[in-house]
Write a protein that binds this ligand. Structure first.
Ligand SMILES: [Zn+2]
Ligand SMILES: [Zn+2]
Length: 173
């Protein structure tokens, strides 16, 4: 969504509230989920731009329902991720360094909220999820999901690394 900030820049109003649903499907969608993640539509976005006696701030939250897989046991998982965004808004040309991440830069009084949302999401969205903190994962040998109980693979005993070298020598004999 592109917001026209003219009313707030001209001083007509002190704040602009906005609320919309971001399209996550179709070719027009700007929201590309990370690998192995899908976002269920709609993404609710809600926030405001406030004029604080001379400088403007943009704040919003976006709620994204995602589905993905556990990084250890590969079970399906889904949840809701809440992105919180809070920045100072600056007019293009008033900053020395427009790549400064502390600011949202606007041109011609227009602010593209989707662009800010997508950039922030790329930074903040977790790169991996677990079904639970204590997920036991899969057996590397037989592939059984160990959250449902142990598998029948023989368990290797933990042995002292110095003894392991000795044992290797004996095995090679
Ligand atoms: Zn898991
Ligand atoms: Zn196994």
């Amino acid at each position: 969504m592109v917001l026209d900030l003219t009313p707030i820049i001209s001083g007509k109003v002190d704040r602009l509230d906005f609320k919309y649903d971001l399209d996550t499907e179709g070719e027009e969608s700007v929201l590309i989920p990370p690998d192995d993640v899908s976002f269920a539509p709609p993404v609710h976005v809600q926030g405001e731009i406030v004029n604080n006696a001379g400088y403007m701030t943009l704040a919003f939250t976006a709620e994204l329902c995602y589905s993905t897989h556990c990084a250890r046991c590969l079970e399906d998982i889904s949840g809701k991720f809440i992105l919180k965004f809070n920045r100072t808004v600056a007019n293009s040309g008033t900053l020395q360094d427009e790549d400064n991440d502390a600011y949202v830069v606007i041109k011609n009084g227009k602010l593209d909220i989707d662009r800010e949302l997508v950039e922030e999401l790329l930074l903040e969205f977790p790169t991996k999820f677990l079904c639970e903190e204590e997920c036991a994962g899969l057996c590397p040998k037989c592939g059984k999901n160990l959250n449902f109980g142990p598998c029948d693979c023989p368990k290797k005993k933990e042995i002292d690394p110095r003894l392991a070298i000795l044992q290797k020598l004996l095995e090679n004999d």
